[in-house]
Design a protein around this ligand. Structure first.
Ligand SMILES: [Zn+2]
Length: 329
């Protein structure tokens, strides 16, 4: 394992606060949720987490400073070497990070994400990162896309250098709040498969150019397509004849209309699957399915011919279709 100070980019004399700040910034930047489908970022993230585990613990930090070992601190009297749980540094003597991914994620982003909504109040980090929320269309979330929007972004006040004060009085530009809101046009590439709660990092758009902007996404619902994880769910009306005889019909999917077969004797409400026609998930590298439920549509127009056809169909049932139903509780 690499030197944890180098991993976090901090000096050996760094304070706990400096270490925590460096860790939070790097962990946010390399978090797998912000870098979907990037194994290098995942590896980097684990390295950062492992380095922080050592440096945030005064005993382990001291142990590393004295011995250069990154493994756990051996209790006094425990022998070292082969077969010992404390092999004394080197490969295998390392630490395996076992933190809760979800908790860490919300911890990393919660403070930055508070406030929410462009134009709303922004929670401020000690560092140069900023956070905001962005609502995107269903289409861009599912297929990916580029979204350009005008945003009111918090930027570090340049007049007072972000201190909030000038000559012992509150800064007249930011009124002591240390940030000013700037109206800016931002373009962001949305990878396919994001969902509500996904985070996207925009480099250089934080409180200053050194910081990043973290967008928390909300996906607009679609009037026709529903989504459950990576699967798409929709309903397709079919005619009585298509249900009875079977048919090949056009099924709308997120990637266009797909021809699909309906078997003869299909019931209303029956569910079918088009494998691989769901959402392509960049994080897992898998693709969801498209599920569609057919609804038998009954003709509205009444004619003598229609009545004969309906009566003909009725004679084809094997008895009362409700015969098996309970009479009540
Ligand atoms: Zn100011």
């Amino acid at each position: 394992m690499r030197n944890p100070y180098e991993v976090l980019g901090v000096d050996r004399r760094a304070t706990d606060a400096e270490i925590k700040k460096a860790y939070r910034r790097l962990a946010r930047k390399h978090h797998p949720d912000v870098n979907p489908g990037d194994p290098a970022a995942q590896k980097k993230f684990q390295e950062i987490a492992a380095a922080y585990e050592i440096l945030k613990d005064p005993k382990r930090r001291q142990h590393f400073d004295q011995t250069g070992e990154t493994g756990p601190v051996p209790p006094p009297g425990v022998p070292r070497g082969p077969g010992s749980p404390f092999p004394g540094g080197g490969p295998g003597g390392g630490f395996r990070w076992q933190g809760d991914f979800g908790d860490l994620f919300s911890e990393l982003f919660s403070r930055a994400g508070a406030g929410g909504g462009f134009g709303g109040p922004f929670a401020e980090e000690e560092d140069e990162d900023a956070a905001a929320e962005l609502t995107i269309p269903f289409r861009d979330a599912v297929l990916g896309g580029t979204v350009t929007f005008r945003a009111r972004l918090p930027r570090r006040c340049r007049r007072c250098g972000g201190t909030g004060r000038m000559g012992g009085a509150p800064c007249p530009t930011c009124r002591g709040s240390r940030t000013v809101v700037e109206n800016e046009k931002v373009t962001v590439r949305i990878p396919p498969g994001v969902s509500t709660g996904s985070k996207i990092r925009i480099p250089g758009k934080g409180l200053s150019e050194e910081g990043d902007l973290y967008l928390s996404l909300t996906v607009e619902p679609h009037p026709y397509f529903g989504r459950e994880g990576d699967d798409i769910i929709a309903e397709v009306p079919i005619t009585v004849a298509e249900a009875y005889l079977g048919a090949e019909i056009g099924v709308p999917t997120i990637r266009g209309v797909v021809r699909a077969k309906i078997p003869p004797g299909t019931a209303s409400g029956q569910k079918f699957r088009l494998k691989g026609y769901g959402v392509e998930n960049r994080r897992t590298g898998t693709t969801g399915d498209h599920y569609y439920r057919v609804q038998v549509a009954t003709p509205r127009r009444h004619t003598a011919e229609g009545r004969v056809a309906a009566e003909t169909l009725t004679r084809l049932y094997d008895g009362d279709p409700r015969a098996e139903l309970p009479k009540g509780l």
